[in-house]
Design a protein around this ligand. Structure first.
Ligand SMILES: *[C@@H]1O[C@H](CO)[C@@H](O)[C@H](O)[C@H]1NC(C)=O
Ligand SMILES: *[C@@H]1O[C@H](CO)[C@@H](O)[C@H](O)[C@H]1NC(C)=O
Ligand SMILES: *[C@@H]1O[C@H](CO)[C@@H](O)[C@H](O)[C@H]1NC(C)=O
Ligand SMILES: *[C@@H]1O[C@H](CO)[C@@H](O)[C@H](O)[C@H]1NC(C)=O
Ligand SMILES: *[C@@H]1O[C@H](CO)[C@@H](O)[C@H](O)[C@H]1NC(C)=O
Length: 563
């Protein structure tokens, strides 16, 4: 059938199979555990959908990312402005025209674009949306710890074949909001009493990572840092004050968040949100801090996607962003995962450092046609972000050496090939690790993560006025590492250098200089006879449990300060 016939079919809203395609056939569409359906949504209700438009010049974008992030390149640190990124990758006039015409014909109104013009968010009635995306059927679902309500379609949608060269995917249909995997672990037994601490606090972090009272933001640069929240979760400023009062120790810090992007609800504080804010602001002390609060508050929006849109719609952003969001790589459609990875490339080209938690299930485990394998998670597995794993103190009550935390997420992507910056380090690990799991469990040619680590075990958090002990997860190590990179950026800015930007090429070139190498401990995986619950084990140099290791601030500053 010709294009013309297809278009006629489209406008008659009779979409024969030859004229349509499914952009995300591989997206998981099952109802997540703990969610229930509240029934079909009224056809007259309004919802918003996000259209990811096909970008241009992605090969050039990846070359530019390489050039601005590689210390050996003459372009190192010469980051692109958002407007330059827009100039490079914005969709072709044909793409913009075709998609706009299609949406207009369907009655979509109130469409909003971003500076890079590669996303469109539009409001439609459910009736219009179901006609626009044949196959989709919108229901309201409720679930998660906060009994969040969302509007989603568990049925796959189709797009007219004529849009295949123009649209990557449509957001707001399938993916449910992420849930936090933070856990509160039981307190270990105390042995002895002298020189003990009772869990991880800012003073413990600062002692272990060699931060002195002088290692805080100067207040004379416009340096800043950010964390992003995607759960129906908020932080309370009063918790931050109480936290600093109880655990702050002797260092100068800011009393409040400088900028909240999105709306803070009136609800109870969430532990995840409290943790991120409290530790980002005590590691990166006295540095102006932004919080992306639950971006995408409408029931039909995907919060993580909305955060990506915010990044592409604002030219001046904090140089460091920490994010504790993740999904199983295999649950996401290839169209979505590739596009999100491109969004990370855009961020890297602008000199933004994106830090993601490596996950809290060790190597993970799932079964593919009856065989067990490890289960990588995304965005941890993206080659364009810096992924942070987790450690524990060897003696949980003393500031001692760190060992791998058994929950620390790590492994090898099944989607992204190994980037060149890490090939040598990974090969070295595979050659020398005495405890390698069977090769059928992981894809040795994939992007390997994490890149770095920090303590992830036994944190104190203040949430809703209550101090909570033994909070654990790589959601804790990520803001700590982020705050420390912000302190390094502070010195770089004071010395007239650009911020660190996408760190991995430099990190691997310097073979983890300035980090404490974590050489003991393994993480968890499949509970079967073949591997007996063990994934990879940390060892000298880089490993897929703790990366290159944890920060020794003065040493790390020294190696990362120079241009
Ligand atoms: C992007 O920013 C502009 C200007 O602030 C705004 O009008 C537009 O709605 C934003 N886009 C989205 C998708 O929110
Ligand atoms: C940093 O901490 C380690 C271990 O706690 C210590 O051995 C070292 O001397 C400290 N100072 C520097 C500058 O690395
Ligand atoms: C902390 O920041 C403030 C400005 O926000 C500045 O006046 C002060 O000197 C800073 N403190 C230190 C110890 O650098
Ligand atoms: C502050 O940051 C913006 C970009 O985010 C930059 O253009 C400006 O020069 C900075 N100002 C100072 C004083 O560093
Ligand atoms: C292994 O990873 C590569 C990308 O590096 C991918 O093309 C391949 O399909 C993966 N293999 C499996 C079995 O998932």
């Amino acid at each position: 059938m010709g294009l013309r016939a297809c278009l006629l079919g489209l406008f008659a809203l009779i979409v024969a199979s030859k004229c349509s395609y499914s952009p995300e056939p591989d997206q998981q569409r099952t109802l997540p555990h703990g969610w229930v359906s509240l029934g079909r949504v009224d056809p007259e209700e309004e919802l918003s959908l996000t259209f990811a438009l096909r970008q241009q010049n992605l090969k050039r974008l990846s070359e530019l990312v390489q050039a601005v992030s590689d210390p050996g390149s003459p372009r190192y640190g010469k980051y692109l402005a958002l407007e330059d990124v827009a100039e490079l990758i914005r969709p072709s006039p044909l793409t913009l025209h075709t998609v706009q015409k299609w949406l207009l014909a369907a009655g979509a109104q109130n469409c909003h674009s971003v500076i890079t013009q590669d996303f469109l968010t539009c409001w439609l009635s459910v009736r219009q949306a179901e006609l626009l995306l044949p196959g989709a059927e919108f229901h309201r679902y409720m679930g998660g710890p906060e009994k969040t309500r969302v509007v989603r379609s568990l049925r796959p949608y189709q797009l007219p074949q004529a849009l295949a060269p123009h649209v990557d995917f449509v957001g707001g249909l399938h993916r449910f909001p992420p849930t936090s995997s933070l856990r509160q672990r039981p307190a270990p037994q105390v042995a002895g009493t002298v020189g003990l601490h009772l869990g991880v606090t800012p003073s413990v972090i600062r002692e272990r990572y060699n931060l002195t009272a002088q290692d805080v933001g100067s207040g004379t640069t416009n340096n800043s840092q950010a964390c992003a929240q995607f759960l129906e979760q908020y932080f309370h400023e009063s918790d931050l004050a109480e936290f600093m009062h109880l655990f702050g120790g002797k260092f100068v810090h800011l009393a409040s968040v400088s900028h909240v992007v999105g709306k803070q609800g009136r609800g109870r504080a969430g532990i995840e949100a409290s943790l991120d804010v409290e530790y980002l602001m005590s590691a990166g002390a006295n540095i102006s801090t932004w919080v992306y609060s639950n971006a995408g508050r409408h029931e039909a929006q995907e919060p993580f996607l909305q955060w990506l849109l915010l990044l592409s719609n604002e030219s001046a952003l904090p140089p460091v962003h920490t994010v504790s969001y993740g999904d199983d790589e295999d649950s996401l459609s290839s169209a979505y995962i590739q596009r999100v990875n491109t969004e990370f490339m855009k961020a890297a080209s602008r000199g933004l450092t994106l830090l993601f938690a490596s996950g809290d299930s060790g190597a993970g485990c799932w079964s593919v046609s009856g065989r067990h394998q490890f289960r990588p998670s995304f965005p941890a597995s993206s080659p364009y972000v810096t992924t942070v794993g987790g450690t524990s103190f060897q003696n949980p009550f003393r500031v001692t050496n760190e060992v791998a935390d058994y929950i620390s997420g790590g492994g090898f992507s099944n989607v992204f090939p190994q980037p060149s910056y890490q090939k040598e380090a990974v090969a070295q690990f595979l050659k020398s690790s005495p405890h390698l799991p069977p090769s059928s469990y992981f894809n040795a040619s994939g992007r390997a993560y994490p890149d770095v680590a920090a303590l992830s075990d036994g944190y104190w958090v203040v949430s809703n006025g209550i101090p909570i002990p033994w909070v654990s997860g790589t959601s804790a190590s990520t803001p700590v590492f982020g705050g420390i990179l912000s302190l390094i950026n502070e010195h770089r800015i004071l010395n007239g250098h650009p911020p660190l930007g996408f760190l991995n090429p430099r990190l691997y070139q310097q073979r983890g200089a300035g980090l404490f190498d974590v050489t003991h401990g393994c993480h968890e995986s499949c509970l079967n006879e073949e591997v007996e619950g063990e994934g990879f084990c940390s060892g000298p140099g880089w490993d897929p449990v703790t990366g290159w290791g944890t920060p020794n601030f003065p040493a790390l500053l020294k190696t990362l300060l120079n241009p």
